[in-house]
Write a protein that binds this ligand. Structure first.
Ligand code: PLP
Length: 458
């Protein structure tokens, strides 16, 4: 399995050939999911005592398994948050896999960590954080939010200890009712309460509501989470207003920008993100709107030493690492062993430059506005709210959830686009999330054209 041999050369060649074809496939199909029964029948027992061989295993993947995995980089993939890795980023992911880099420690992965840190420093400066800010790439936004909140609570506990104050009976985190489910999940893992606040009519969490929550719950609150781009609507909270309150109360401000903070890289959008510079921690996911492959979340702290105190794992076999002067990436989040998952983004940024990134992100914002105008123009369609970033939410007058489901299924069946219904105030709605620079106005109009009949996308 490990020797360089004729067999291993052939395996590597065939896998690289497959990867080359997939990355450079211009007209990729969207593909369709299969049921567990279908896959059990079509892909039975490939794990055997003697192996089925690379040729058969790769054929099984290419012919049976891969076609049941939706192509999240298809220009018509508009559901959830799509993924649209640049060609350089996708290709470089192979290099990361081939290089066996342990990127948890500086000692073992210095060059990789240096490159990742350069990306993190660039993001930190774009977001207005001080030069002393630092962080780590973790698996995704969920782990990023959890890691940041663990650091925030640890800081609050230490502060109480230093001041001789007791901890509250229950800790709590404040966030908007529109914040991502991962905040609730992090709170459950940490066994802390969530003070959820209904956003104002503009869909944003504002400082006055946070101030009221802090007045009511006092010292129990160890962090406030503001969202820079809600998942359902792409709305940026009033971060400046919230930051003014957290600063006044000396409470940790975490910004969940997993999807939307990338929008701040577009110069004309910066005003919408005023206040981000006050964050104690923030996240943005390269696998969402920064054109890197799954899975990566950039987690940044204003003061990485606080995170280091909260997260460093201590064990005798790790002393060599923990006693070293350099900050180890694994000391900053809930993880130890880590892939150098920031490197595909580093390579892509180094290859194309930051200007390309800014204009590729701007494409999504411009297209969202254009298709929103088109939706407003069309009879029978109603925009639920003007898009702020690149998510467009709208209704087809008179349609029920069953109509939306039937239409979405037909749209995917016809391999035109992948859209799933969402809901707003209990009403079903349709939602386009636009991330892919290859998604065009014409494609979106074609999708709208099919809204004449629920089960008919022709
Ligand atoms: C705002 C926001 N935060 C957090 C997450 C969770 O990120 P991940 O799916 O990478 O764990 C998402 C995912 O869509 C998100 O949109």
């Amino acid at each position: 399995m490990h020797a360089v041999s004729a067999e291993s050369r052939a395996i590597v060649e065939s896998v690289l050939d497959y990867s080359r074809r997939r990355v450079l496939w211009e007209d990729i199909p969207l593909d369709v999911p299969a049921t567990p029964d279908e896959l059990a029948a079509q892909a039975p027992a490939s794990i055997t005592a003697t192996g089925i061989g690379a040729v058969r295993a790769l054929a099984l993947f290419g012919d049976v398994l891969a076609p049941t995995c939706l192509s999240t980089d298809h220009p018509g993939y508009l559901a959830f948050i799509p993924s649209a890795p640049s060609k350089a980023a996708s290709a470089f992911d192979l290099v990361v896999s081939a290089s066996s880099i342990y990127a948890g420690s500086w000692l073992e992965g210095a060059g990789a960590v240096h490159a990742e840190n350069e990306v993190l420093a660039w993001l930190a400066s774009e977001f207005g954080l001080p030069e002393t800010a630092g962080g780590v790439f973790v698996q995704g936004g969920t782990i990023g939010n959890l890691s940041a909140l663990v650091a925030a609570r640890d800081a609050a506990r230490r502060r109480n200890r230093e001041a001789g104050r007791p901890d509250p009976a229950r800790w709590a985190v404040v966030c908007s009712g529109e914040s991502h489910s991962s905040v609730e999940s992090a709170a459950a893992v940490m066994d802390v309460d969530v003070v959820g606040i209904l956003p104002d009519d503009d869909g944003r969490l504002h400082g006055h509501a946070v101030a009221e929550a802090l007045a009511e719950h006092g010292d129990a609150i160890f962090a406030v989470v503001a969202t820079a781009g809600t998942t359902n609507f792409g709305i940026v909270d009033d971060i400046a207003g919230i930051a003014a309150v957290t600063r006044r109360h000396d409470v940790w401000l975490h910004i969940d920008g997993a999807y939307g903070l990338a929008g701040m890289l577009v110069p004309r959008m910066r005003a919408a993100y005023a206040g981000v510079e006050h964050a104690d921690s923030l996240i943005v996911d390269p696998h969402k709107w920064l054109f890197a492959p799954f899975d990566a979340c950039a987690l940044l702290y204003r003061d990485p030493q606080i995170a280091r105190r909260a997260h460093t794992q201590h064990a005798s076999y790790l002393d060599t690492l923990t006693e070293a002067p350099e900050t180890n990436p694994s000391d900053l989040s809930v993880q130890l062993t880590r892939r150098a998952r920031g490197l595909p983004l580093w390579f892509s940024l180094a290859t194309y430059g930051t200007d390309e990134y800014r204009s590729a992100i701007a494409h999504g914002i411009d297209l969202a506005r254009r298709i929103a105008d088109e939706i407003e123009r069309r009879d029978g369609l109603a925009l639920v709210r003007r898009p702020q970033l690149s998510v467009v939410v709208f209704r087809k007058e008179g349609w029920t959830r069953a109509d939306y489901d039937a239409w979405c299924a037909r749209l995917l069946g016809d391999q035109r686009a992948f859209v799933v219904p969402s809901s707003h105030h209990g009403e079903p709605v349709l939602r386009f999330a636009i991330v892919n620079p290859l998604t065009t106005f014409a494609l979106l109009c074609e999708v709208l054209d099919t809204l004449d009949r629920p089960g008919d996308s022709h």
